[in-house]
Structure formats: C-alpha cells, structure tokens
Design a protein around this ligand. Structure first.
Ligand code: ZN
Length: 234
C-alpha cells in the first residue's frame, strides 16, 4: 500500500512523494528519483507516521534539491521546433485542420501534426515512435532470419537502450529516434546478436561487428557520452 503526497521544490515545481509502508522496515529510507519521472520514494516502518516522514523530508531539502536539480530540464515540444529524428533535422508544424495524426513530407524535413494543440506533444511522440519502429523493422530485415525477434516493443527506459528476452522479444528505448541513425542501428544489431549469444562474450561482440560492420566502438562511445541528451524531449 502506498499513499501520495507532494513536495514543493524551491523553484516552485511539485514532486510527487510516494510513501510505502514496508513490513519489517526498521528505518525510513528516502530515494529521490529523476527518471522516467521526478518522484521521491520513501519507505517506512508501519509505526512511523506520515507527519514524521514529511518533516524528515523537509530536513533533507538541500540534498533532495541537489539531486533533482542535476536533471537536464525537458525541452517543450511546441509548433515549429526543429528536432533531430532518425538523424535528420525535422521541423514539426501544427495544422489543426488536418485530419489524421500527422505526416512527414517527401524530403522528410517537415512533420505536420494534426488535431488540437493540447494533443500536439502526444501526437508528435506517437508519430516519432512509429517512424522508429518502421526503421527498426527495415534494419532487422537486412539480417538473416534466425536473428529476427519474435516481438518488438518500444519502451521509455531510463538507462537501457535495448534488451532481449530469452523468448526472443526485443525491446528498444523509443528515444533512440533522437540518436544519430548509425547509433540507433548499432543498438538494433546489438540486441539482435543477443538472439544468438545471451552474454557479452568476445563471440557476442564479434557477432555485433559482423552484423553492424565497422564502427561499433564509435557508436558505443556516442551513447555513453550523449545518451542522456536523448531524454531532452518529452
Ligand atoms: Zn547487451
């Protein structure tokens, strides 16, 4: 069971506080989370009152704000913004009169999103996810059939760009849509290689290079250096 409270930061932002009673817990633990959403998680013994916990939280304000402030601020998706999608700079425009979710013009430099302005961000996100999925499937089709996943899912994970289950389901972070195309393609080949090797053995890496070609190290470097920037939007 958990209950929800709000912690207001000095900058006015409200952060949900999720308090959980843990059987057997001996003290209060505090965990500010920055992704996918900002939240403060607290677990406490049954006997500790919520009031005590909220006072405790207040006493740790400086520490909490330091952690939550380290998160790069999200950039709002508003009409006419230009963002890099699958390695191309795309201007996203809004046309309220347009029917359907959206379309990308022929040279793929303008994305037009329809519907009310309140739907703009959500529809843009859905469109981008779909574009990524189409591209991932194209890449998969360039590999031999034994590598093909049984299912593909897109997720919004904070630290993993992809994963492959023993049943053959492969998941990708939808934020790879904002990465350079070759970086996204590397993650696809990495996960496909797990269809054959479930570890990160030398054989596994040789397989990744075989599927991807030259440049695996460069793609890995890009992700470790710039991966966080893929969380800039949405
Ligand atoms: Zn792996």
């Amino acid at each position: 069971m958990s209950s929800e409270n709000i912690f207001v930061l000095s900058n006015g932002e409200s952060v949900p506080v999720i308090i959980e009673n843990r059987r057997g817990a001996r003290n209060v633990t505090l965990r500010p989370k920055t992704s996918p959403n900002m939240e403060i998680h607290i677990s406490k013994p049954w006997t500790t009152s919520t009031k005590f916990v909220l006072n405790f939280l207040e006493s740790k304000r400086k520490w909490i704000e330091k952690i939550l402030d380290s998160v790069p601020k999200k950039e709002k998706i508003t009409p006419n913004i230009i963002i890099s999608i699958l390695g191309r700079d795309v201007r996203i425009i809004h046309d309220e009169t347009m029917r359907g979710n959206g379309y990308l013009d022929a040279d793929k430099t303008t994305l037009c999103i329809g519907g009310g302005v309140d739907m703009f961000e959500r529809r843009t996100r859905e469109f981008i996810k779909n574009e990524l999925l189409v591209e991932i499937k194209k890449i998969i089709k360039t590999t031999p059939r034994p590598y093909w996943p049984t299912h593909i899912t897109l997720r919004d994970t904070s630290s993993r760009w992809g994963s492959c289950s023993s049943t053959g389901t492969i998941s990708f972070s939808w934020r790879l849509a904002f990465a350079p195309y070759e970086v996204m393609r590397y993650v696809v080949m990495h996960e496909l290689s797990h269809r054959k090797y479930m570890d990160h053995s030398p054989e596994f890496w040789a397989n990744v290079s075989m599927l991807y070609g030259f440049g695996v190290e460069r793609a890995k470097r890009w992700l470790s250096k710039n991966g966080q920037s893929l969380h800039r939007y949405f």
